[in-house]
Structure formats: C-alpha cells, structure tokens
Design a protein around this ligand. Structure first.
Ligand code: JD2
Length: 404
C-alpha cells in the first residue's frame, strides 16, 4: 500500500519509522512518503496561512501550496488511479474500525494535515472536482487538537496493522474489541501471585488457572459484557450490537423506544406471529391469545421496548423487577419478527434487557417455552440455566442467570 502525507511538520510523522510500521516500510509492505507543504510555497517566507475572509479568530491555510502539493502527489502515480484523500478535522466523520478496514482495502491513500483553523474550503472542492480524488474528512473524537498530524499517526497505525504481514499473528486481529461490538476481557500473565507491595499479594483470577476452557470462555465473555456496560453502555444498545452481528446489514438503522399504548396493536400482531408455533402445537398460548386491552394492561406493569426498522416493528422485549423479589429482574416477551430471526437481534436485545436492570439486581430470569430448541440454545449460550422445570404456563420453564 502506498501512503502520502502532506504536513508543515514532516518531523511529526517520524514515529512511523518505529516498531511494526517501521519494519513494514523497510520490508516494502508500506510505501510511506512524507511531504513538507512549505516546499510547495512560492514566496520568500514560505507562507502557508493567511487571515480568514469574513473575519474571526486565527489563521487559515492558504490554497496555493495545497493545490501544488496535491497535484504533484497525484502525478507521481504515473497514470495510476488517484489516491483517496483523507483529511483529519474536528468536524469530520468519526474514525472507526469499519473505516480503517475500508481504508486498508485501498491501494493508495493521501493525507492532508491541516493546522491553524483549517484549510481553505476550495482545496477540498479542487481535490474532488478537478483532481478526481475521493475526499474523506475524518475526526479522531470529540476533542480539539492543534492539527491533523496526530490523527494521521493514529489512522495510519489502525490501517497498516490490517494489511497482510504487518502484524505477525492474524488471530490477534480478530479477537479484538470493536470487531464484535464488545470491549476486550482483562488479561493476566505470570506470576500467578504477585507481591505488589510488602504484605500485599495480587492473584490472577483462579478460573484462568483451572484449565477448564469452557469456564474460562464464559468468564471472559461475562467480563466483556460487564466492562462494556460500565464503560461503553452505548455499545450495548441493540442498534449498535446488531450492527456488528452477522447479517446485520439488513437491519441498519434500528430505533429503540419504550412502548406506549399507541404501539399495542402492532405488538399484538408481532406477538401472534412469534407465538404462532405454540398456538399450532398446543392449541393454546397465553401470549398469542391476549386482547388489545390485555396488551395495553401489560404496558402498565412492564417496561416494554420496541425495536423499529424504518418504522416497522421488528422486535420487542419487556422487563421489570419481580413483584415478589425485586432483586430478580424479569425479562419477558423477547421476540423478533419471523423473517428477521437468526441474525443476532434477539441475543442483542437480551443483552440490552440485562443492561437495563437496576443496580440491586442479583438474578435475571425469564419464562420460555420448552418447545423451541433454538431459543433454549440461545439462552444457554447467553449463560441461562433452567431454574424451575415448570414455568407459569404449561410447557414453559423458568431459566435464570446470576448477575455478576
Ligand atoms: C485541527 C482546529 C478547527 C479548531 C487542523 C484539529 C481532530 N479529533 C480531532 N480534534 N481535532 C482535530 C483536528 C484535526 C485537524 C486540524 N486543527 C485545529 N481546527 C477548529 C481547531 C487544524 C481530528 N482528526
């Protein structure tokens, strides 16, 4: 992959000679060229900035050196299709792992590092319309830097490590946070018991020394959920969780809301569609036989969540503390429209319903039909075990899971 970086501080990019990126450059996996914008000025003072038209604080980068620098970079491609131009800016689209993957698929990237209050807007128009570059303005996050160089260091590192051969172990690329929507689990190494200070020992969690691989995997997954709930609750929102699930493309842009009586008729329809198999098999089913009045009454005693895709009700779940024991968090009516099942939406909604529980919760519990092996398997994978073999209705069981 070829990378061109234009900056008034080329020395800022010197760290890209170090570590894995530096090695990839020496091995020829990365052709990274840094250009000094001032080399494209034509006055004695090598001027790159001027006062803003319309007034206001600070200085703006003047377009002429940018025009010359970009033209030279494009021409150096000797007829190759032009690079995609990435311009860091506080007003850009958030830079994400998905964007890193998209950039890693490009053969050639150019980066324009602004300074001061930014670059004259005509440079963006010229790059796109006259030079034919695809221009992406990206932001590292919602805070203010002095220029684009630090952002380019981060973006180049995130992109280059996805290229074959740059990072030794390909597994370490997959099993990482942000690839499946949860934060990473905590990691430990030797010694198993560390004397951190006189009289203070800090031990590795015993499960990691147990040799029980299933127990270790389940502990790690629980740690990931807890950390995500504590540090990044936004990632547990079903619209986020589902966005990374397999087959999620069809479910982009889900809206989650607490149901009101205005949703009752659609909830009744969805419930009947989801419980149709029970109806067919048993000839009776509490959920599918509710009247509109029953559904509305249910909304008063449960918090019911609706998930909509382009206005259509596609999924729902409801939660409440158990009326007998408020430390038990009841989850009910977990349902996904039949045509959208098997894409992780139910699983994501279950994680959301758990995260919705108040701090005094010790146990999550739900009543589920013994009929559906698919559902039972899903609850089992999510850590639920049968708590009461006979549920509230005929043919149901109560499954539960301790909150950790
Ligand atoms: C930059 C500046 C306009 C105020 C070029 C800031 C960035 N996440 C991020 N925060 N700030 C930047 C960033 C990137 C490029 C420039 N400035 C200073 N510009 C208004 C301050 C100039 C990213 N990516």
């Amino acid at each position: 992959m070829r990378l061109d970086v234009i900056s008034i501080f080329p020395q800022y990019l010197a760290p890209l000679e170090l570590s894995l990126i530096g090695r990839a450059r020496r091995e020829g996996l990365l052709d990274l060229r840094v250009h000094d914008l001032r080399d494209f000025t034509q006055d004695r003072h090598r001027t790159v900035d001027d006062t803003p038209y319309g007034g206001g604080a600070g200085m703006v980068m003047t377009p002429e050196p940018w025009g010359l620098a970009l033209r030279q970079v494009v021409r150096s491609g000797k007829g190759e299709p032009p690079p995609r131009l990435v311009v860091p800016g506080p007003g850009g689209a958030p830079f994400t792992q998905a964007m890193a993957r998209a950039l890693a698929a490009e053969p050639w990237l150019a980066f324009a590092c602004g300074r001061y209050e930014g670059i004259d807007e005509r440079v963006y128009e010229h790059a796109a319309q006259d030079l034919g570059l695809e221009v992406s303005v990206v932001s590292l996050g919602d805070y203010v830097l002095n220029g684009g160089e630090v952002a380019v260091l981060a973006i180049v590192e995130a992109v280059a490590r996805l290229l074959p051969g740059v990072v030794g172990n390909a597994d370490s690329l997959v099993e990482e946070s942000h690839e499946d929507g949860l934060l990473e689990y905590p990691v430990y190494t030797k010694p198993a018991s560390w004397q951190a200070a006189p009289g203070v020992r800090r031990d590795v969690p015993p499960v990691l020394l147990s040799g029980d691989h299933a127990a270790i995997a389940s502990w790690r997954q629980q740690q990931r959920l807890e950390r995500t709930a504590a540090r990044r609750p936004d990632l547990l929102h079903p619209s986020q969780a589902v966005a990374v699930a397999p087959g999620a493309d069809a479910l982009a842009g889900l809206d989650l809301a607490v149901a009101t009586p205005a949703d009752a008729a659609e909830l009744m329809t969805l419930t009947r569609a989801c419980w149709a198999p029970e109806m067919a098999q048993q000839g009776t089913c509490g959920a599918a036989q509710e009247t509109l009045q029953d559904v509305i009454a249910g909304l008063a005693v449960w918090r019911t969540w609706t998930v909509r895709s382009q206005g259509r009700l596609v999924a729902s779940v409801r939660t409440r503390p158990s009326p007998d024991d408020p430390s038990r968090w009841q989850i009910g009516r977990l349902m996904v429209a039949p045509d959208l099942q098997g894409r992780g939406l139910g699983r994501a909604l279950l994680a959301f319903a758990e995260a919705d529980a108040p701090s005094g919760t010790t146990t999550y519990c739900l009543d589920t039909s013994t009929r559906s092996q698919t559902n039972l398997r899903m609850f089992r994978k999510a850590g639920y075990r049968v708590a009461t073999p006979q549920g509230a209705q005929h043919g149901t069981v109560v499954v539960s899971k301790a909150r950790r």
